[in-house]
Design a protein around this ligand. Structure first.
Ligand code: ANZ
Ligand code: ZN
Length: 824
């Protein structure tokens, strides 16, 4: 009979579903449970090859864990709120819910075709009221704890998506979704106070088994800076301006002060500023600019002096001018900078333009110093022109100067973070409504918890208004309500939540997806969480992963969770490129459609190919030849079993030498060890190649192969090609499908263990000569390389005796037999 993947796969997928083989029971013993998680997809309507790559690698890992005896849970669901559904609704005039449900249906079919061990009974869909009820409940808990607040803020506004974006979604001033430039717009917005957790989010990284670069990205995003806050008095007025600096050691070189245009002190100074009108004009212009423009290194710095105002440098009591300039940002540090043009590039550029004094205060240790008329020196060195601190090393001077000024009450040590609060409100339709009510008398009030969920109303018009108001504002029935506190007439919040709020806690829901009393029960959370391994794309390094960590910590502090980190271990899959080595895109016509490939080859071949194509974390270009190679490989496995059966039927057992038998046994155990370790390390590619070697040997020496050897081969194959492995397993057993139970499946069997003794490399005796005379011999592993043999030999006392003080002219190596050291 021929191998027909499609037939085999349909049959087993149906059977496995019938007996709910992958459904995870909630077992009490936490240690035996293994929570295996893949990032849930957005229901775009099409699973692309990248999803397959993600899910297949993850599934191989999961299946081995199951076979190792863990009570494994591998859930899946849909991150179902979000813009594309709404855009589709606008374009095609169908309700976002209809569009989303249709896509989910189709994607479930696609997901099933992968043959993954997902536990479908735990499926969550974030746009369902029984889910977003809890998203809203979390919002209310955050509000009650002071972790959710509303304020007017310049927000990132994408005119193309007509949406407000979080900072994380507008990196570099570019919309993460449409990749078009983002503008600034002042709006009342809801924020989550993630900054309360900045330090813990940073510290917690060190215990996580995550890829190093991901941790680094989070670290940079959080952006901790240590330094000092120093007060600069304004001459003649009872006003002080605190500045934040990471270089207090440069304070004697501070020749002017710079304020952010948004700095509140400017209004306080008011009439004391002689050119107030011009200053205000400058400020208005600056506010329109994007942060990215303001920070751009290459751009010419602009600013305006506050005439009539001088600040006093507290270190040397010198009066220095005060400027407003847009290169200083309002939301970082204190919004004011002590400018040191000799040692800071931005200050230097600015000083050059406005002809301000440049005083060297740090001299490099090695060279004679730099020409300060032409360039800055930003490094470490020794202090000069700094009064009593002259001669001190810059690092040490930082501490000393802060301590000195602190005594006078003019400075303190301080730490600032780049991280800002998370903007969670969106003026869009397709999201969880923010469960807040505004009452003229009582202010913002959370909806009563018993009235949750606040259902998303049906509206006709999904477009936000030009002023950036949510489409929900058009539904009077939705807006008008009573105040949860005083009962008077009040209005609902019409903004919805950022979809990243939905995905910040879905991994908790999987533990107890049907619970309607709580987002998940304490007991179920205890037995499943935290997640043991999380697998997904690196593109979420700062968005989803940071938010989820914040949620976990905040909920822990409210007493709902008793762990600190949601995802203990994480791995990212690489990216599959087109056949041409380019990123897949419709415009390049190089997109691989997984459905078509699976139709043509079957899921097992595609699974195995995705595993084989390269290290999981790297990915690589799609190669049709590689797919056909894997097709041949699986056919050979099929053929091996046919061949075995024929030989067995004919009782054609050959007498084999002991050595032949031992060699085959050794290879089998070595392969078990390799596949086991490779899966643990996400090196599926090398696991597959070692399976290929084993299958070749089995084909060559089928007469020597025992039934239990073949079983072991199938067990090793099971994580990669689960359908084929099951089919051959059942055939080998001659089992019937009628009474098929969970325990009968190959996927309920234990992953093979290797015997270290049998897996050991064979030993040989290597003869050692010096200048052609036998001087020694020793036992070593078979196949030792010339380099390794040489190193080992030269370490041996017996040989050292002969080579001492001599030069080794050459080495003659006869593999497996002899090594001859030739000296002068
Ligand atoms: C004086 C100085 C001298 C500085 C020197 C640097 C070098 P990071 O490392 O990014 O934290 N700064 C402070 N607040 C700012 C704001 N709101 N907008 C723009 N720049 C600001 O950078 C800290 C440094 O950035 C601070 O140290 C300050 O300039 C500037 F030789 O103070 B420094
Ligand atoms: Zn009220």
């Amino acid at each position: 009979m021929k191998y027909n993947p499609q037939k085999v796969e349909k049959k087993w997928q149906k059977k496995w579903a019938e007996i709910s083989i992958y459904q995870a029971k909630d077992k009490k013993d936490r240690k035996k449970n293994f929570y295996h998680l893949v990032m849930f997809p957005y229901p775009s309507g099409d699973l692309h090859i990248g999803h397959w790559y993600n899910f297949v690698g993850a599934d191989v890992y999961a299946r081995r864990k199951r076979m190792q005896g863990f009570n494994l849970m591998s859930p899946i669901g849909f991150d179902a709120f979000g813009l594309p559904a709404e855009n589709a609704a606008i374009k095609r005039n169908i309700h976002p819910k209809t569009w989303t449900n249709k896509n989910i249906k189709r994607m479930i079919k696609q997901l099933e075709s992968i043959g993954a061990c997902f536990d479908w009974s735990r499926k969550v869909i974030t746009c369902e009221p029984d889910y977003y009820k809890w998203t809203q409940w979390f919002f209310i808990q955050f509000f009650k704890k002071g972790l959710a607040y509303k304020k007017k803020a310049p927000a990132n506004w994408c005119p193309h998506c007509k949406s407000i974006l979080a900072n994380e979604q507008a990196e570099g001033g570019i919309c993460w979704r449409c990749e078009k430039p983002v503008e600034q717009k002042e709006l009342e917005q809801w924020f989550f106070k993630i900054t309360d957790y900045a330090q813990e989010l940073l510290t917690g990284l060190k215990d996580l088994d995550w890829p190093q670069r991901t941790k680094l990205m989070q670290q940079n995003w959080i952006g901790r800076s240590e330094g000092g806050e120093i007060k600069f008095p304004i001459a003649g007025l009872n006003i002080q301006v605190p500045v934040f600096t990471t270089r207090p050691d440069t304070i004697f070189g501070c020749t002017y002060l710079v304020l952010a245009p948004e700095h509140p002190i400017i209004e306080k100074l008011g009439k004391n500023i002689q050119n107030l009108r011009l200053v205000r004009q400058y400020i208005e212009q600056a506010k329109k600019k994007m942060e990215r423009e303001r920070l751009a290194e290459e751009k010419e710095k602009t600013g305006i002096e506050l005439r009539g105002i001088k600040a006093i440098n507290p270190a040397n009591k010198r009066k220095v001018p005060v400027f407003v300039a847009d290169y200083v940002l309002p939301h970082y540090g204190t919004g004011a900078v002590m400018a040191v043009p000799s040692h800071d590039q931005r200050d230097f550029d600015f000083a050059k333009k406005y002809n301000l004094a440049i005083i060297e205060v740090i001299r490099p240790l090695k060279e004679q110093g730099v020409d300060l008329r032409k360039e800055v020196f930003e490094g470490e060195g020794v202090l000069v022109n700094s009064g009593r601190f002259n001669g001190l090393r810059s690092k040490r001077a930082r501490e000393r100067i802060i301590a000195w000024l602190a005594q006078k009450g003019l400075a303190k040590k301080s730490v600032y973070y780049k991280l800002r609060d998370w903007l969670v409100s969106r003026q869009r339709y397709w999201g969880a409504p923010i469960p807040m009510v505004f009452c003229q008398k009582c202010g913002w009030q959370p909806v009563n918890e018993k009235d949750l969920p606040v259902l998303l109303p049906k509206v006709k018009d999904y477009l936000p208004s030009k002023e950036g108001k949510s489409p929900l504002a058009k539904s009077e029935r939705f807006v008008k309500t009573n105040c949860p506190k005083c009962g008077g007439l009040a209005e609902r919040e019409t903004d919805t939540m950022d979809t990243f709020v939905c995905s910040s806690w879905y991994y908790l829901r999987y533990a107890d997806p049907q619970n309607d009393k709580m987002f998940a029960s304490k007991e179920k959370l205890r037995i499943w969480l935290p997640v043991d391994i999380y697998i997904g794309g690196v593109e979420h390094a700062v968005l989803h992963l940071l938010y989820s960590r914040f949620f976990t910590k905040a909920l822990r502090d409210m007493g709902y969770l008793d762990f600190d980190e949601p995802f203990l271990k994480m791995r990212h899959q690489g990216i599959i490129l087109g056949v041409d080595g380019q990123k897949m895109s419709k415009s390049k016509g190089n997109v691989i459609d997984p459905d078509r490939e699976v139709e043509k080859y079957g899921a097992d071949i595609i699974r195995m190919y995705l595993c084989f194509m390269g290290p999981y974390e790297q990915g690589g270009p799609w190669n049709p030849k590689g797919v056909r190679g894997i097709e041949r490989f699986l056919k050979r496995i099929w053929f091996l079993f046919e061949k075995y059966k024929k030989i067995k039927d004919k009782e054609e057992k050959k007498k084999a030498s002991k050595k032949e038998k031992r060699d085959l046994e050794r290879l089998l155990h070595q392969t078990i060890r390799k596949v086991d370790q490779d899966i643990e390390n996400f090196r599926f590619n090398t696991a597959v190649s070692s399976l290929m070697v084993l299958v070749n040997e089995f084909l060559k020496k089928t007469e020597l192969v025992k039934e239990q050897d073949l079983k072991k081969l199938l067990l090793l194959l099971a994580p990669f090609a689960p359908h084929l492995a099951e089919e051959l397993w059942q055939r080998l057993k001659g089992a019937s499908l009628k009474e098929f139970k969970k325990k009968d499946s190959i996927h309920s069997r234990a992953f093979p263990k290797y015997n270290p003794r049998l897996a050991k490399k064979e030993k040989i005796i290597l003869v050692v000569q010096v200048n052609g005379r036998v001087r020694d011999e020793f036992e070593t592993e078979s196949g030792i390389s010339e380099k390794a043999a040489r190193e080992r030999v030269l370490e041996r006392e017996k040989i050292k005796k002969w080579t001492k003080g001599k030069k080794i002219k050459k080495v003659i190596f006869v593999p497996q037999k002899l090594i001859n050291i030739v000296t002068n």
